[in-house]
Design a protein around this ligand. Structure first.
Ligand code: GMT
Length: 376
């Protein structure tokens, strides 16, 4: 059964946009017709596919509007595309505002349009605490036909925080293994001025406060005293200047490389020996999976979905949030023992294949869509 699927996500850089776009591309490769409906072209949609369409949401500026009504424009666009293209379903990423807009679009059409909502994290773990929004998030969840979340932890947090009367299933994130695998990029290490005997520690994020990038720098400060190493900081965001100052303060300027936003992350993972993700909130941690697929062991914090991604003592280690001594101890254990590093690297690759392969996860979504359409 070939389906016509509308997908809405935040199209800018971020794990949820990556997952939504990669899912659309892989579904298109399986013959489904995909219609992205969003405010700008999803950034990973970097190639022409004959069965992928992009519908841009345009918000008109009228002087009576103090704030341009993006959500209403999105709902109208969803309804317009659903009617014209005879969509079977809308798969929206993020409850707010996307699930609510999809609900409006369903009501504006013949009420047959199915809605699948995927919760990614901060729509629950941050917005869920906002009393002005939590009833609306619950409404979006309960108005969806199927709701998924990217980890067991996020499912549980959603129930604890919002008590929605709706079953929520875990569907884990995935990576495209054609992109994420270990590449031969040793010359890149030389280009960055990293010598052969130095280890490479990497952190990739959007430098929001929840990512605790300062803990990454503090841990690295302890690590590099014991193991000759360099830290690659990849990404950009609100905390970048605080992190820069800390690097200077700790005298690490020659050891920390600020790479900014990068594409082709697989090349950077391929020269890395260890990934650090030390967030205080993280529903999944897609960058961990990307690094693992390239054979990089990791140290992460014991929160949210991270323990579902890192197998503690098998593919890396888990430490408490903010416990930089323990983080550094765990990091040094991996970096200092070549046999253990090799074992963790191999385990990481196997774990991705076994639990988070694109084939497995895309099939899970596909089966869910088919069940939903069958029950019409
Ligand atoms: O991590 C972010 O700040 C970006 C955010 C997003 O919307 O892309 O990421 C969330 O969704 C990703 C994809 O499911 C998850 O891998 C991230 O863990 C999650 N971020 C948080 O929970 C903070």
């Amino acid at each position: 059964m070939k389906l016509k699927i509308g997908i809405t996500c935040y199209p800018t850089v971020g794990g949820s946009g990556v997952i939504a776009t990669e899912l659309g591309k892989l579904l298109a490769e399986k013959g489904h017709e995909i219609h992205f409906i969003s405010s700008s072209m999803p950034f990973r949609l970097n190639k022409v596919y004959s069965n992928i369409y992009y519908h841009e949401v345009q918000v008109n500026q009228y002087s009576v509007f103090q704030y341009p009504p993006y959500d209403l424009a999105l709902a109208s666009k969803m309804a317009e595309v659903a009617k014209r293209e005879k969509l079977d379903l809308l798969h929206v990423h993020y409850a707010i505002p996307h699930a609510v807009c999809a609900y409006l679009a369903k009501k504006m059409t013949d009420d047959q349009l199915k809605i699948v909502t995927t919760l990614h994290g901060t729509d629950i773990t941050v917005l869920g605490y906002d009393p002005s929004l939590n009833d609306m998030i619950r409404f979006g969840i309960e108005g969806s036909d199927v709701v998924t979340a990217v980890s067991e932890s996020l499912v549980q947090q959603t129930y604890d925080l919002l008590q929605p009367k709706k079953a929520i299933q875990t569907v884990y994130n995935f990576i495209d293994e054609r992109v994420y695998s270990k590449k031969d990029t040793q010359d890149l290490k030389t280009q960055y001025g990293i010598s052969d005997d130095e280890k490479v520690v990497i952190h990739v994020s959007n430098f929001r406060k929840v990512k605790r990038v300062q803990d990454v720098v503090k841990s690295f400060h302890l690590i590099e005293k014991q193991v000759p190493s360099k830290l690659l900081l990849v990404g950009d965001g609100p905390e970048i200047s605080v992190v820069c100052n800390l690097v200077k303060e700790l005298g690490l300027k020659d050891k920390v490389l600020f790479l900014g936003k990068q594409e082709n992350l697989e090349d950077l993972y391929s020269i890395s020996d260890l990934m650090l993700l030390l967030s205080e909130k993280e529903s999944f941690g897609l960058v961990l999976l990307e690094a693992m697929a390239c054979g990089v062991p990791s140290v992460g914090t014991k929160i949210g979905g991270i323990p579902e991604v890192i197998d503690d003592g098998v593919t890396g280690y888990l430490s408490d949030v903010g416990d930089v001594e323990d983080i550094a101890k765990n990091a040094v254990t991996i970096l200092d023992n070549a046999a253990l590093h090799k074992e963790f690297a191999e385990n990481a690759i196997s774990r991705v294949k076994e639990h988070f392969s694109s084939q497995r996860i895309v099939e899970q979504y596909e089966d869910m869509y088919k069940q939903l359409i069958k029950h019409e």
